[in-house]
Design a protein around this ligand. Structure first.
Ligand SMILES: Cc1cc2nc3c(=O)[nH]c(=O)nc-3n(C[C@H](O)[C@H](O)[C@H](O)COP(=O)(O)OP(=O)(O)OC[C@H]3O[C@@H](n4cnc5c(N)ncnc54)[C@H](O)[C@@H]3O)c2cc1C
Length: 502
C-alpha cells in the first residue's frame, strides 16, 4: 500500500477547500477494504482522519495529528444494475463525482445530488450528506443511498442495507459481519424541520440505521463501498440566468417559481439559485482575468442580482410552458427577458453551470490570496437554512449584520431551499474574528427560526461552536456518547462535529 510522509505530499494533503492546514505523522492510500482493516489493526491507539477528494469546506478531512487515510485509490465502479425505473450501482468511496457522471452517460442514468464541485468523492459526499443546486428538487445524498459498507475501529465490517436495520423507538442493534452485535440507545433529539440539514448526527425514533452513517463526517467509521440509486436522465434540460433590479424582486420571484401562487406550475424547477449584487461584482472582476469565465456571456455592467433556474423534462412542450411561466413571473417582479441568459442546449447549459460554479471558486481563490498576509484566515462562509416562511427575515438578518460590520462579502447559493451561503471576505484578522462572532449570533437567530446551522457542508472542525446553538450541552454529550459506542477511544476524525477534549 502506498504511504507518504515526505514534505511535499504532506503539504498538499494537509488541507481542504476551507484553506485550513493540519498535520499528521503519515498518510496511507489503501486500495482495498482489507488494507483499510489492516490500518485499523496496526494502529489501534492512533487517531485517524479519513480523506476523500479534499473539496470539503469545513476542514473535516484536515488531520490534527495521528495518521490520515486517504481513500482516493479505492476508486472501482461495479457493473450497473438496470431497474424498471432507473438503476443502481455500487462504487468505492474514492470514485469522483465527475468520473461517475462520465461512467453513467451511455446508460442515460444519473445520480441527482450535485455539489457543484465535481472532484468531490462519493465517500466524502456520503460523509457530509452533500446536496448542491439540484437538491431543490431531488434532496440530498441521503435519498440516493441504498446500502453502505463501513469499517469500524478494530477492523469490524458492517454492511447496512436500506430497510434492513431499523431502530425500535430509540433502541438499535446492529450485527457486524463477524457476528458481533453493537447495541445502544439513540439520543433524545429533535432535528430542525428544514429540507436540508447536516449538523451533527441524523437521529429519529424508528429510523433506518443506515441514515446514522450518512452525514456522520467520518466519526463512526470508514465508508468503503456505497450503493447508489440512479434516475433516468430527462431528454432535455433548459436553464436561465435572470438578472433583476433588487434582492426584494429576487425573493418575490423565488416564491413565484416555487409555486407559492394560486396557479399550479407546469414543471417544478430542478434548481433555484441566487447571486447577490456583490457576487456579480466579484464575478465581473474575475471575468476580466480568468480563462474559464471568459467563455461565459459578459455580465451586465449595471448593479443587479441574479437568479439561476433549471428545468428538465422529456416533453418539450412542458419545457416551453415552464419557460413562458418563468418569463411572465420575471416580468411581474421587474425583470427583463431581453437581459436574461437562456440555455436550451447542452453547450449553453455548460456555460450556465460554469457561471454557477464560479462564485464559490472565486471566493476560495480570494481567501488563498488573503492568507498570504493573514495565514490564520480560513474560509468564512455560512451554510444555514431556515423554513420557507423565514426566507425574507433571514435575508434581512444577513444584510443588516453585514452592513453594520462594514464587511466585504458575497451572498449566493441555494435560495430555493432558503439556504444561501454568506461569505465574508476578511481583510484583516480583526475582521475575520468579528465575522466569526457575527456567524455565531446568526446561528442563534437561525436556530430560533427553526432552521439549521449546517445544511450541506457538515460541521467539520470549523463549525463546532455553532452546533451548540442548535442543541443543548446535554444533547451534544448524548451524541458524543453515541459515537463512543462505535469508536470507544474517540480516535476517528477527532475534532469533527465535537470539539475534542483530550
Ligand atoms: C467550489 C466548491 C463548491 C462546492 N459546492 C457545494 C455544494 O453546492 N453543495 C455541497 O453539498 N457541497 C459543496 N462543496 C463542498 C464539497 O464539495 C462537499 O462537501 C463534498 O461532499 C466533499 O467531498 P470530498 O470527497 O472532497 O470530501 P473530503 O473533503 O475529503 O472529506 C469530507 C468529509 O468526509 C470524510 N470522509 C471522506 N471520505 C470518507 C470515507 N471514505 N469514509 C469516512 N469518512 C470520509 C472526511 O473525513 C471529511 O470529514 C463545494 C466545494 C467547493 C470547493
Amino acid at each position: 500500500m502506498k504511504t507518504a510522509d515526505d514534505k511535499g505530499t504532506m503539504l498538499e494533503y494537509m488541507r481542504d477547500e476551507s484553506r485550513r492546514s493540519g498535520n499528521c505523522e503519515k498518510i496511507f492510500f489503501p486500495t482495498s477494504e482489507e488494507e483499510v482493516i489492516s490500518i485499523f489493526k496496526e494502529n489501534p491507539r492512533t487517531p485517524i482522519t479519513f480523506q476523500g477528494g479534499r473539496t470539503g469546506v469545513t476542514a473535516g478531512c484536515v488531520p490534527d495529528g495521528g495518521i490520515a487515510v486517504n481513500l482516493e485509490r479505492m476508486n472501482r465502479i461495479l457493473p450497473l444494475k438496470p431497474q424498471k425505473y432507473g438503476g443502481s450501482i455500487i462504487v468505492q468511496p474514492g470514485v469522483l463525482l465527475q468520473t461517475l457522471r462520465q461512467h453513467l452517460r451511455p446508460y442515460s442514468l444519473f445520480f441527482p445530488p450535485d455539489p457543484t464541485e465535481t472532484t468531490a468523492s462519493l465517500g466524502g459526499m456520503v460523509s457530509c450528506n452533500s446536496s448542491g443546486a439540484r437538491s431543490f428538487k431531488y434532496g440530498s445524498v441521503r435519498f440516493y443511498i441504498t446500502a453502505l459498507r463501513m469499517i469500524l475501529p478494530g477492523g469490524e465490517k458492517l454492511h447496512l442495507k436500506r430497510g434492513a436495520c431499523l431502530a425500535r423507538g430509540r433502541h438499535f442493534s446492529l450485527t457486524c459481519e463477524s457476528g458481533k452485535r453493537i447495541s445502544g440507545v439513540l439520543p433524545d433529539i429533535t432535528m430542525p424541520a428544514v429540507k436540508k440539514h447536516t449538523a451533527g448526527y441524523y437521529i429519529r425514533p424508528d429510523m433506518d440505521m443506515l441514515d446514522l452513517f450518512i452525514g456522520a463526517e467520518g466519526t463512526l467509521g470508514a465508508v468503503t463501498a456505497v450503493e447508489l440509486k440512479l434516475l433516468p436522465v430527462k431528454k432535455e434540460t433548459w436553464g436561465a440566468v435572470i438578472f433583476l433590479p433588487s434582492e426584494a424582486a429576487a425573493l418575490r420571484l423565488v416564491r413565484l417559481l416555487r409555486g407559492e401562487t394560486a396557479l399550479p406550475l407546469t414543471l417544478e424547477p430542478e434548481a433555484l439559485e441566487y447571486f447577490n449584487s456583490d457576487t456579480l461584482r466579484l464575478l465581473r472582476r474575475a471575468q476580466r482575468s480568468k480563462e474559464a469565465l471568459c467563455q461565459m456571456e459578459l455580465l451586465p455592467a449595471e448593479d443587479c442580482c441574479a437568479l439561476y433556474t433549471e428545468y428538465a423534462s422529456d416533453n418539450r412542450k412542458a419545457l416551453k410552458a415552464a419557460f413562458e411561466e418563468t418569463c411572465s413571473a420575471m416580468e411581474s417582479v421587474g425583470g427583463d427577458p431581453r437581459r436574461t441568459w437562456a440555455a436550451i442546449n447542452s453547450r449553453n447549459m455548460d456555460k450556465l453551470h460554469q457561471f454557477r460554479h464560479a462564485a464559490p471558486e472565486c471566493v476560495n481563490t480570494r481567501i488563498s490570496e488573503i492568507k498570504k498576509d493573514c495565514p490564520s484566515v480560513t474560509k468564512l462562509g455560512t451554510d444555514m437554512s431556515v423554513p420557507d416562511h423565514c426566507l425574507e427575515e433571514v435575508m434581512s438578518l444577513y444584510n443588516e449584520g453585514l452592513a453594520a460590520g462594514g464587511f466585504d462579502s458575497v451572498i449566493f447559493g441555494h435560495i430555493g431551499s432558503n439556504h444561501v451561503h454568506v461569505n465574508i471576505i476578511p481583510r484583516t484578522m480583526d475582521e475575520f474574528n468579528r465575522g466569526k462572532e457575527l456567524f455565531g449570533r446568526w446561528a442563534k437567530d437561525v436556530a430560533a427560526m427553526g432552521g439549521t446551522v449546517c445544511a450541506e457542508h457538515g460541521v467539520g472542525k470549523i463549525k463546532t461552536a455553532l452546533l451548540s446553538e442548535l442543541y443543548t450541552e446535554k444533547q451534544l454529550a448524548s451524541m458524543q456518547d453515541l459515537k463512543k459506542i462505535f469508536d470507544p477511544c474517540q480516535l476517528l476524525n477527532r475534532g469533527n462535529i465535537f470539539s475534542f477534549l483530550p
